[in-house]
Design a protein around this ligand. Structure first.
Ligand code: ARG
Ligand code: ZN
Length: 844
C-alpha cells in the first residue's frame, strides 16, 4: 500500500462544479452531492474512481438515472460516460463517533472539518486528490446558530445557510463549521479598495481572547500586499477556534480552522511565546491563500511546495514584525533540535519524499522547516530582486493550477536565468550535509577550503554534492571586520576560496545568518570563539559562537569529566551584560543547548550519549553560571523588569525573556523567594508561569502549583500548561511517575490532542526523564500510544517520534526502546499511520 511519486498519472476526469448539501445530525449526517465531471483530455486512462471511506452510500445517480456503483476498498467504481456528466450521491456519516478528527467531526458539540490531506473522502465520494480543482456550492441545514463554509455567503434563513466559493480548489481545502459561536469582527480594505469582512468565531467564553489574533490577521493581509503584492480575493475571511484538533491550524479557503491553542490569547492566559506563535500561525494560514490555495500542489509529494514556501513567508513576516536576528536564531534552534534529529535518524526523508504509506506522517519538520530553508537559500542565491521576479512569475504562470517542484524551480530559472539543476538535489536528497572547514594563511593570502559530505540515509546510500551558499565574513585580530559578508557558493565536493590583500591572518565568521541547513565542522579554539562572541558583526554568528562554546564545554564535562569552563562563563557574562544588545538576543545567549541537542552532538562524535550524564552536566553548568554570574544576573533581573500594562510586543517580551532566564538561573543558588514574589505579583501568564516553572525546577512550588490550578481550572488552554509544566520540570527519576499520576487527574481528557500532548509531549521532551534507565518512561508512553491509536491514529503516529533516536543509545537503552517499538508493531489492528512510523523506526 505504498504510494510512489514516480507512479503519478493525471486524473481521468476533471470536476467542473460541485454542489453539496449537508443535513447535519450528530450520528447520521446526510451529505448530498452533485458533481459535474468531464473527461480529462490529458488523461492516460478512463477509469472512473471516486475516493470514499467510512461512508454509507444511500443512493447514486448519473445524469438523474439511478446507478449502483461497485464499492471497492477506499472508494467506488462506475462505468462512466466518455463525455461530461453529473454524478449525484447521498451518503450518511457519523460525526459524533469520529474520534480521528479527520473529515467531519464534533468538538464540544460543534461540527467542524479537517480535510487535509485525505479527509474529504470521509465526507463524500469524490476524486480526493489536489490536482482536481473545482468551484463549490454548499448548503448547510442545521439548527446550530452559526453555519459556515468556504467562499462568500449566499442565501440563509431559519435552519439553513448557503455558501459559494468561486475559486476552483481541491477538496482538501473544503471546510464546514456549525455551532453555537460568537464573532469578534473587523474589516480590512485591500490594496484595490475592496472591503473584506473579518470574523474570528469562538465560544462565548473565549470572546475576550480574540483581539490579538484579529490584529495579527490584519497585519498579515497588509504585509502580503506590501511584500509579495498579493491581495485577498473573497468578501469574507472567517477563522474558527476548535478545541479538538490534531495540528496547529488549517488554511481552508476563506474559512481557516484553528486549534484554539493557536489563536486564542489574552495577557492573563497566554505567554509571550504563545502570542508570537499565534501571530506566526495566523500569518501562515493566511499566506496559504496564495501559496497553497490559488497555486496548489499537483500531488502530496509536492507538499513542501506550499508548506516550505509558506513557512518561509511566515518567518519573513515575524522577522519584519519583531527582530530578524532573534527570529533567525530561533528558527535555527528549531531546525537543529528537531529537523537535524529527524534528518539523522531512521525517519530521514527528502524534503520531497518519493514514497509514503500514510501522507499524514509526512507533515514533518523536514518538509516544513527544511523546506523553508531551501526557499531561503534560493533567495540568497538569486538575490532579493531575483526572488521577487521569480515569485511574480510563479503566481502569474500558475494561478489556478496544481503544480510541482519542477514548476517552482522553472519559475526561478526563467526569471533569473540561473541554472538550478544541481540545486534541485536539495529536494530529493535526505540527510544533513556536513561542511568541513580548513584554513590556510601564507604570503598575505588567506584560503578557506570547504569540503561537503552527506551521510547515507534510509534508501539513499550515496549522496551527490549540493549547492551550499556559505555566507562568510572576515575579522582582523583586533576585532574589526575586514571582509564584509559575502556568499561563497560551494558546489563541488571540495572547493577553495582565496582572499587577498589582508595585513594579518583573519578570524573567519562562517555560515553567517545560518545561510544553509548544514552542520559546520570547524576546529576552533575557545579563545577564538570567545573573540567572535565579543566581536562578530553578524548577530547569528555572535550567538553561535557562544552556543558552540557552551556545547563543546558541556561535551567535555560529559565525556572527559571536565568541570564547567570558567572561560565560557566569563564570556557569557560579558555578552549578557552588554547593554548595546537587544534583551531578547541576550536571553537567547543565556539559553544553553538542550539535552537532546547535546545527545545528538555526542552521537555525532561516534559515542553513545548518556542522557543522565548529560542532564547532570547541564545542571552543573547552570549552577556554575548562577554562582559565578549572580551579580550580573541580579542586575539584569532588576534593570529589565517591565512596568506598566502588559503588551505582547517584541520589546517588552524580550525583556521578560531576559529577566525570566535570569530568574531561573538565580534561583539555583538563591532559592525560590524571588520566584515566589514574582508569582504573587504576576498580572500576566508569562510572569506567572515562568515563576512557577522556576519553583518546580528547584523542587519547590507545591503551594503555587495548587493555587495555579485553583485559579485556572476552567481555562483548558491554561490547564494544558499546568499539566505539561509538571512533567517538564520533574526530576529524571520522577518524570514517568509524574506523568502517570497526571493521567489519573480528573481533568486529564486524553481524547483531546492538546491535553494528551501536554503530558506525553512533555514526557518525551524531558530527555533524562524519558530515557531514565528504568525504562518506565518508554513503557508509559507506549501504553498510552496503544490506547490512543484506535481512536486517533494521526496524533498517535506523530507522538511515536519520541522513540526515533533509539539507535543513538547504548545497548541497554536500545533494548528497552526496541521492546516497546516491537510491542507496538505487534499489536493487532494497529493503524496504518502508526504502523508505518514504527516500521520505519525499526528498519532504519
Ligand atoms: N496545511 C496545514 C498547515 O500547515 C496543516 C494541516 C496538516 N494536516 C494534516 N492532517 N496532516 O498550515
Ligand atoms: Zn501550512
Amino acid at each position: 500500500r505504498t504510494v510512489y511519486l514516480r507512479d503519478y498519472t493525471p486524473p481521468a476526469y476533471l470536476v467542473e462544479e460541485v454542489r453539496l448539501t449537508f443535513r447535519l445530525a450528530p450520528h447520521a449526517t446526510r451529505v448530498l452531492s452533485e458533481i459535474r465531471f468531464r473527461p480529462n483530455p490529458d488523461a492516460t486512462g478512463r477509469e472512473f474512481f471516486l475516493h470514499g471511506e467510512q461512508l454509507k452510500l444511500i443512493s447514486a445517480h448519473v445524469d438523474g438515472a439511478p446507478v449502483t456503483p461497485e464499492l471497492v476498498e477506499g472508494g467506488l467504481r462506475l462505468d462512466a460516460p466518455d463525455a461530461p456528466f453529473t454524478f449525484a450521491a447521498e451518503v450518511e456519516i457519523d460525526p459524533e463517533n469520529n474520534t480521528a478528527l479527520e473529515g467531519l467531526y464534533r468538538s464540544n458539540g460543534m461540527y467542524c472539518t479537517q480535510c487535509e490531506a485525505e479527509g474529504f473522502r470521509k465526507i463524500t465520494f469524490y476524486p480526493d486528490r489536489p490536482d482536481v480543482m473545482a468551484p463549490f456550492h454548499v448548503r448547510i441545514e442545521s439548527d446550530q446558530p452559526v453555519l459556515l463554509s468556504n467562499g462568500n455567503p449566499g442565501a440563509s434563513g431559519e435552519g439553513f445557510a448557503e455558501w459559494h466559493d468561486p475559486w476552483p480548489k481541491p477538496a482538501y481545502l473544503f471546510a464546514l463549521v456549525a455551532g453555537d459561536l460568537v464573532a469578534h469582527s473587523d474589516s480590512f480594505t485591500t490594496m484595490s479598495g475592496r472591503e473584506v469582512a473579518l470574523n474570528l468565531w469562538v465560544r462565548e467564553a473565549d470572546i475576550d481572547k480574540c483581539a490579538f489574533g484579529m490584529e495579527a490577521l490584519k497585519k498579515s493581509m497588509k504585509w502580503d500586499e506590501e511584500v509579495y503584492g498579493r491581495e485577498y480575493d473573497l468578501d469574507v475571511f472567517n477563522i474558527v477556534a476548535v478545541d479538538d484538533f490534531n495540528m496547529g491550524a488549517m488554511e481552508n479557503k476563506g474559512l481557516n480552522i484553528f486549534n484554539s491553542s493557536a489563536v486564542l490569547a489574552s495577557p492573563a492566559t497566554a505567554t509571550d511565546a504563545d502570542f508570537e506563535r499565534i501571530e506566526a500561525i495566523i500569518a501562515h494560514e493566511y499566506f496559504h491563500n496564495w501559496t497553497g490555495n490559488r497555486v496548489t500542489c499537483r500531488d502530496w509529494f509536492q507538499l513542501c511546495l506550499k508548506e516550505g514556501l509558506t513557512v518561509f513567508r511566515d518567518q519573513q513576516f515575524t522577522g519584519d514584525m519583531r527582530s530578524h536576528a532573534v527570529k533567525r536564531i530561533g528558527d535555527a534552534m528549531l531546525l537543529r533540535s528537531a529537523q537535524f534529529r529527524e534528518d539523522n535518524g531512521p525517519l530521514a526523508h527528502p524534503v520531497r519524499p518519493e514514497s509514503f504509506v500514510e501522507i499524514n506522517n509526512f507533515y514533518t519538520v523536514t518538509v516544513y522547516e527544511k523546506g523553508a530553508e531551501l526557499v531561503g537559500m534560493l533567495r540568497r542565491l538569486v538575490g532579493e530582486e531575483g526572488y521577487r521576479k521569480a515569485l511574480d512569475l510563479y503566481f502569474e504562470r500558475h494561478d489556478g493550477q496544481a503544480v510541482t517542484i519542477e514548476d517552482w524551480l522553472r519559475a526561478f530559472e526563467d526569471a533569473t536565468g540561473r541554472d538550478l539543476s544541481q540545486f534541485a538535489r536539495w529536494y530529493s536528497q535526505a540527510g544533513t550535509p556536513r561542511v568541513h572547514v580548513a584554513e590556510d594563511w601564507s604570503d598575505g593570502r588567506y584560503t578557506l577550503t570547504l569540503r561537503q559530505e552527506t551521510p547515507p540515509s534510509p534508501d539513499q546510500p550515496e549522496k551527490q554534492p549540493v549547492v551550499i551558499p556559505v555566507a562568510v565574513g572576515l575579522l582582523n585580530p583586533n576585532g574589526d571586520e575586514v571582509v564584509p559578508t559575502q556568499v561563497l557558493e560551494l558546489t563541488e565536493a571540495e572547493q577553495s576560496f582565496a582572499f587577498d590583500g589582508l595585513l594579518a591572518r583573519p578570524v573567519p565568521s562562517i555560515l553567517r545568518g545560518f545561510s544553509a541547513p548544514v552542520i559546520l565542522k570547524q576546529e576552533q579554539s575557545d579563545e577564538t570563539r570567545a573573540f567572535l562572541l565579543a566581536h562578530d558583526t553578524d548577530p547569528f554568528n555572535k550567538w553561535e559562537a557562544g552556543r558552540v562554546l557552551a556545547r563543546t564545554g558541556l561535551m567535555a564535562m560529559v565525556l572527559d569529566g571536565d568541570g564547567p569552563h570558567a572561560g565560557y562563563i566569563d564570556a557569557l557574562g560579558r555578552g549578557i551584560a552588554d547593554e548595546s544588545l537587544d534583551p531578547a538576543f541576550r536571553a537567547q545567549l543565556l539559553a544553553l543547548p538542550g539535552e537532546d541537542e547535546l545527545a545528538q552532538a555526542i552521537f555525532e562524535t561516534g559515542q553513545a550519549p548518556d542522557p543522565t550524564a548529560i542532564h547532570e552536566a547541564r545542571e552543573a553548568l547552570r549552577r556554575a553560571i548562577s554562582a559565578r554570574l549572580d551579580d550580573v544576573l541580579i542586575r539584569l533581573y532588576e534593570a529589565h523588569q517591565v512596568s506598566g500594562p502588559y503588551s505582547p510586543e517584541a520589546e517588552d517580551a524580550g525583556r521578560r525573556a531576559l529577566t525570566n532566564a535570569a530568574l531561573s538561573l538565580l534561583s539555583l543558588t538563591e532559592g525560590g523567594d524571588r520566584a515566589r514574589a514574582q508569582f504573587q505579583a504576576a498580572d500576566n501568564m508569562t510572569q506567572q508561569i515562568a515563576a512557577l516553572g522556576t519553583l518546580l525546577t528547584i523542587g519547590e512550588g507545591e503551594a503555587e502549583l495548587k493555587a495555579f490550578e485553583d485559579q485556572w481550572r476552567h481555562e483548558r488552554l491554561v490547564m494544558n500548561k499546568w499539566f505539561g509544566l509538571q512533567v517538564a520540570a520533574a526530576r529524571p527519576e520522577a518524570a514517568a511517575d509524574t506523568a502517570e499520576a497526571l493521567t489519573r487527574h480528573p481533568a486529564f481528557d486524553w481524547k483531546n490532542p492538546n491535553r494528551f500532548r501536554a503530558v506525553f509531549g512533555a514526557l518525551a521532551g524531558n530527555a533524562a526523564g524519558f530515557h531514565h534507565p528504568s525504562g518506565a518512561g518508554y513503557r508509559l508512553l507506549a501504553d498510552w500510544l496503544l490506547k490512543l491509536d484506535p481512536l486517533n491514529p494521526q496524533t498517535t503516529a506523530r507522538m511515536t517520534q519520541a522513540f526515533s533516536t533509539w539507535r543513538r543509545y547504548a545497548p541497554e537503552r536500545q533494548a528497552l526502546i526496541r521492546a516497546e517499538l516491537e510491542r507496538i508493531a505487534g499489536t493487532e489492528r494497529l493503524s496504518r499511520d502508526t504502523s508505518e512510523m514504527v516500521g520505519r523506526m525499526l528498519a532504519g
